[in-house]
Design a protein around this ligand. Sequence first.
Ligand code: PAF
Length: 289
Amino acid sequence: MKIATKIEDIQEQITLLKQSSSSIGFVPTMGYLHEGHLTLVSEARKNNEVVVMSIFVNPLQFGPNEDFDRYPRDYERDIELARNNGVDILFLPETGEMYSRDLSTRMSVIERVNVLCGRKREGHFDGVVTVLTKLFHLIQPTRAYFGLKDAQQIAVVEGLVKDYFFPVEIIRVPTVREKDGLAKSSRNVYLSEKERVEAPALHQSLLKAKNSIQAGLRDPQQIISMVSETINNETSGIVDYVEIYSFPGLKELDTLDGEIIIALAVQFEKARLIDNQIITVNAKENKNV
Ligand code: PAF
C-alpha cells in the first residue's frame, strides 16, 4: 500500500493510474476505521482495479460546539487496517495540506439540506461538499463509496455530482450493524455501558415502523410518534429528531409513497447517534390500515 500525505504525491500517483486507464474506487473517510469503512473498501475492491482511501478529519464540517478536537483518531491502527484490507493507495493529508490558504470561493448546499442533520448542524454539508470537491478533483475516481447510515450525506453528494457533472458514480452501501442491530459508528466508543445496552432500540424502533408500513400504515405523523415513543421508553437518550421524507429528494410527504426514508438522531450523554431505514412504499396497497 502506498501512502501519500502531500497533494503533489497523490496527484503523481493518480496521473500514473490515469495513464494506464485503471478504474479507481474511492472510499473517503475521516478515519478511526471500523467494519463499516472496511465494507466500503471490499465493495470498492469488487469493481475497480485500484482502491484509494482518504483519511482526513475535515474541520470545515464541524460546528464550533461540535467534536472536531475530540473526534477519535488512531492513524497507526488505521494504516494497518487499510493495508490489511485491500487499500492500494492511502491519502492521509494534514489539515494545512488540504486548506493551505483561506478559500476564495464557498460551496453552499441549497437542496436536501434544511432537514434532518443538515438543519441541526448548520454549515455541516457545506463543509462536506467542499472537501469532497477537493478530493474528487484530486483522486478522479470512477466510483465513490458511501454508507447509507449517512443517508442525507448520500442525497447531498448525489446532488453535487449531478449539478457539477463529476464523472463519478456514487455507490450506496447498506449500513453495517453490530450483532444487536446498532449501526457501526466511530462515535459508538463514547457510549457508556448502560447506553450501549440501550442503543439497539434505535434500530428496533425503525424496524417496528417498517413493519407497520408494510402492514399498511401510511400516516407519517403516526409513524414518527411510534418511533419517538419507543426510543423514549427504551433509552435514556434524548430524541433530537425523527423525520420522514421522500428519498433521495428529502421532500415532505402527506402520505407515504415511493422511496422514503425514516431517519432519527438521538443524543446520549457524550454521543449523538443517527440511523435510518429506506423503504419502498406503494401507496395504493393497504390504504385503510
Ligand atoms: O462520511 C464521512 O466520513 C465524511 O463526511 C466524508 C465523506 C469523508 C467527508 O469528510
